[in-house]
Design a protein around this ligand. Structure first.
Ligand SMILES: Cc1ncc(COP(=O)(O)O)c(C=O)c1O
Length: 294
C-alpha cells in the first residue's frame, strides 16, 4: 500500500477511501486544500501551511469545523501509520454534502488527509531545470476567485498546463489581464536581472506560497538585492535567470521559456544556485528542530 487516507479521523484502506457523490467538493469544487510534506519524519513548515488553510477557508466563507490541534494529530497519526520517512501530505476540506443547489449553509465538512511517498526530483533536473511556457490563458482575477484561496477548483491551472503541454513545455506560467506575470500552475515564479532577485507582487494576483515567503526572508537576511513588484511578461522574457518555488520542488531552475534558452546548468546561474544553497540549509535546520515529527 502506498497511499494512506484518513477520512474524518478514520484511517482507511485505498478500497474504502470514498467520498459521497453528494459532496460539494465533487459537485462544485467547493473545497480547500493544502499540500505539505515531511522529511526525515518531520513535517516541514506545518504551522504556516495550517495558517494558509485557515485563510483559504476564510476567503471562501467557510468556518472550519475541525480544531487545529485535532488536524495536526490526524496528520501525525496518518504519517505514523504510513511508516514513511518522506511523505507528500495533502489535506482537503470540503464544505460537505448537500443537494444540487449551490447555496451554502452549515453542512458537515469532510476532512480528508492523503499521504503518499514524497516525489523525489532528480539532481539532473535541479541542474538542468524546467522548460516553461508563458501561456495565453490568464490567471483567475483576484476579484473573481482570489488565487490565495487554495481551493479544490484548479481548472484555471489545469487548462494552463494543457496549453503548455501542447507546445512541448513541462509546465505553464500565467499573466493577469493587465499583462503582469502572476505565477505558475502549482508554483511561484522568480526572475534575476543584473543580480537583482524579483518576484511578482501579490497585487498581480497569485497564491502567496509558503516557499515564496521563506525565500523572500532568505533574500532579506542574506542581503540579496531583492524586490517584490509587478513584473511584465517582457521582463520575464528578458530575465538573466528564472526559477520557481513550491513546497514539493523547493527552488527549481528554469532553463527555457518557450523558445528562449536561459542557463542550461547550475554553473551558469549563480544567483539561483546561491539561493538554493541557503534554502536547503533552512530546510535542514527546520528538520533538525524536530517540530511536528513522528
Ligand atoms: C497556484 C500555486 N501557486 C504557488 C504554489 C506554491 O506554494 P507553496 O510554496 O506553498 O507550495 C502552489 C502550490 O501548490 C500553487 O498551487
Amino acid at each position: 500500500m502506498s497511499k494512506f487516507i484518513n477520512i474524518n479521523g478514520k484511517i482507511v484502506g485505498e478500497e474504502e477511501a470514498k467520498i459521497s457523490v453528494f459532496d460539494r467538493g465533487f459537485l462544485f469544487g467547493d473545497s480547500i486544500y493544502e499540500v505539505t510534506y515531511s522529511n526525515s519524519r518531520t513535517f516541514v513548515f506545518l504551522e504556516e501551511h495550517l495558517d494558509r488553510l485557515w485563510n483559504s477557508a476564510r476567503l471562501i466563507g467557510m468556518d472550519l469545523q475541525i480544531d487545529r490541534e485535532e488536524l495536526i494529530d490526524r496528520l501525525i497519526s496518518t504519517a505514523k501509520a504510513s511508516n514513511l520517512d518522506e511523505t507528500y501530505a495533502r489535506v482537503i476540506v470540503t464544505r460537505g454534502e448537500s443537494d444540487l443547489s449551490i447555496g451554502t449553509a452549515d453542512f458537515r465538512q469532510n476532512v480528508v488527509i492523503y499521504i503518499k511517498p514524497n516525489i523525489q526530483y532528480s539532481s539532473e533536473l535541479y541542474d538542468k531545470g524546467l522548460h516553461l511556457s508563458l501561456v495565453s490563458r490568464v490567471r483567475n482575477d483576484k476579484r473573481s476567485l482570489d488565487p490565495n484561496a487554495k481551493s479544490g477548483n484548479y481548472l484555471n491551472n489545469i487548462l494552463a498546463l494543457q496549453e503548455a503541454k501542447l507546445v512541448g513545455a513541462d509546465d505553464a506560467v500565467m499573466a493577469n489581464q493587465a499583462g503582469e506575470v502572476t505565477e505558475g500552475t502549482t508554483f511561484n515564479i522568480w526572475i534575476v536581472k543584473n543580480g537583482k532577485v524579483m518576484t511578482p507582487h501579490p497585487t498581480s494576483g497569485l497564491l502567496k506560497g509558503i516557499t515564496r515567503a521563506k525565500v523572500i526572508d532568505l533574500c532579506i537576511a542574506n542581503k540579496f538585492d531583492f524586490e517584490e513588484r509587478a513584473i511584465t511578461t517582457q521582463e520575464l522574457i528578458d530575465a538573466d535567470e528564472i526559477f520557481i518555488t513550491s513546497s514539493t520542488k523547493g527552488i527549481m531552475p528554469v532553463y527555457k521559456l518557450d523558445s528562449k534558452i536561459y542557463a542550461e546548468s547550475s554553473a551558469q546561474r549563480p544567483v539561483t544556485e546561491a539561493l538554493r544553497k541557503c534554502y536547503i540549509e533552512l530546510i535542514q535546520n527546520h528538520i533538525n528542530s524536530g517540530t511536528h515529527s513522528y
